[in-house]
Write a protein that binds this ligand. Structure first.
Ligand code: HEM
Length: 483
């Protein structure tokens, strides 16, 4: 635990253990272990156990032929991981997706903000554009979320009545896209001539083109590995989808683009960046965040539901029946549940950074010397489920883990945003600028659910690329607030 003797003792200096095996062949074999034969958790846990170290040399996917070099030093504990947040020590240039970078023809020929190191002058301007956008739309988020997700829950209820179950993942894919477009730009994508109803499918396809090298969609290994993990999918096959998305942004985001020009950014580059931050960073994140929270909370069961409903309804009632910022702040358990989900199942699991100089990295047990130019890689679930910090329940979902003064002390070990939860994104670091919005949106989902329902049930169908299906809801006896 924090402050215990073993964390303070002078650590033993040891070479980073592990092996990359035979060039090419071992990288392919390891990729199969990672996706199909072991699965990603066991892939890292078994190597850490075999070498008796939470800092180990391993290959990471995709390897040949998409990535030139699959070799990394993996950081698999809560103590070594944060070196990745220190942009004085690690270079974050072109490492957003890992050891490969998708073609810039998927982003209008530009290296967008997520791929820039803070030392590159454009990084600060582009990130500032996003901070300004989020600040200017702050008051829109709650009402726009409530109207879109209120309609989603209406759809869930009619599906439950007709089919006995409702595919939350599918409904969320459509609703989150509408929500994020309307929240950021005040224009529903479905109402635009460029996109109509096709936005979510075009966006989903474009996302796959970029992340499929490190993703499994659940097809059999023999088909999926050669198709998705061996050579890049050709960008021209998604260019008409991208053009349609771009048209929506260049019209709907016109005022944001005017402001970007004021910051000295070329309008067209700003637009490609807005598209990426909205569709990849935000929408891509919400596709994982909201079904993930729903599944964990369903699994946690009725007792937690009852406590959430009491807290949420109490806070909303004391704000005159409205979901106000002050009411949301009072919901300590609700906030803790969102953080606990982000700790246990961080939606973005991989982080990378290249050592800028020779350095030392410390785990709980040892110190390791890293050479300039080596690629550091953090597998976040190992770091944020570290039993040396979170104790014997580290691998379990404990909804009230972050409640109270003691609970809040653990927040500095929550790393989902590529920074500590107690720190803030800035133009000088690489922490996610959507940090506060993401935690807010997670809380709003719980608010919407427990204003309507006393309890609900849901299950995960399938393993890779699982769907979350709602199987039942118990409506609140007295309606609290749907306004
Ligand atoms: C960066 C996670 C939502 C915009 C990041 C990084 C992570 C992350 C881990 C760091 C990647 C790296 O450099 O290694 C998430 C998750 C989200 C989410 C899990 C949702 C569940 C958002 C939202 C925005 C956003 C709503 C909207 C503005 C960005 C941008 C960067 C970034 C622009 C690059 C930051 C920089 O270059 O300094 N995000 N994010 N993300 N995120 Fe998010």
């Amino acid at each position: 635990m924090e402050g215990s003797g073993d964390m303070d003792a002078a650590p033993l200096l040891r070479p980073v253990p592990g092996s990359y095996g035979v060039p090419f062949f071992s990288a392919v074999r390891d990729r199969l272990d990672f996706f199909y034969l072991q699965g990603e958790d066991r892939y890292f846990e078994s190597r850490a156990a075999a070498y008796g170290s939470t800092v180990v040399r391993v290959n990471v996917p995709p390897g040949p032929f998409i990535a030139r070099d699959p070799r990394v030093v993996a950081l698999l504990d809560a103590k070594s991981f944060p070196v990745l947040f220190d942009v004085d020590k690690v270079e974050k240039r072109d490492v957003f997706t890992g050891t490969y970078m998708p073609s810039t023809s998927l982003t209008g020929g530009h290296r967008v903000c997520s791929y820039l190191d803070p030392s590159e002058p454009k990084h600060a301007k582009l990130k500032q554009m996003l901070f300004s956008l989020l600040a200017s739309r702050k008051d829109a988020v709650v009402p726009v979320f409530r109207s879109n997700f209120g309609a989603l829950l209406d759809a869930v209820e009619s599906k439950l009545a007709s089919d006995g179950k409702a595919d939350f993942t599918g409904l969320n894919d459509v609703t989150s896209f509408e929500f994020i477009g309307e929240a950021y730009f005040g224009v529903r994508p479905s109402s635009s001539a460029a996109l109509g109803a096709s936005g979510p499918s075009k966006a989903g396809k474009w996302l796959i083109w970029q992340i499929c090298p490190v993703f499994t969609v659940g097809l059999p290994m023999i088909i999926e590995d050669p198709l998705l993990h061996t050579v890049p999918l050709p960008p021209f096959l998604v260019s008409s989808d991208y053009k349609a998305l771009y048209s929506y942004f260049s019209a709907a985001a016109s005022p944001v683009l005017d402001a970007a020009e004021g910051l000295g950014l070329p309008r067209e580059e700003a637009c490609h960046n807005l598209l990426f931050a909205t569709v990849f960073n935000s929408y891509g994140g919400l596709k994982l965040l909201l079904p993930g929270i729903l599944a964990r909370v369903a699994e946690a069961g009725g007792k937690l539901h009852e406590r959430l409903a009491t807290e949420i309804r109490g806070a909303v009632a004391s704000a005159g029946g409205n979901v106000t910022p002050a009411a949301l702040e009072k919901m300590e358990l609700t906030k803790s549940v969102v953080w606990e989900f982000l700790r246990l199942d961080p939606p973005v699991k991989f982080q990378y950074g290249r050592a800028k100089a020779d350095m030392r990295v410390e785990s709980h047990d040892a110190a390791y010397s890293i050479k300039k130019g080596e690629m550091l890689f953090g597998y976040q679930p190992c770091a944020t489920r570290d039993a040396r910090v979170f104790g014997p329940t580290a691998a379990e979902f404990v909804g009230d883990r972050f409640v109270g003064e003691e609970g809040r002390k653990l927040l500095k070990y929550v790393y989902w945003s590529n920074g500590r939860e107690t720190e803030s994104p800035s133009v000088g670091n690489k922490q996610c600028p959507g940090k506060n919005l993401v935690v807010l949106v997670g809380r709003l989902l719980l608010v919407e659910l427990f204003l309507r329902y006393d309890t609900f049930t849901a299950e995960q169908v399938g393993k890779a690329a699982a769907k979350v299906v709602i199987t039942g809801v118990t409506k609140a006896a007295t309606s609290v607030s749907h306004g």
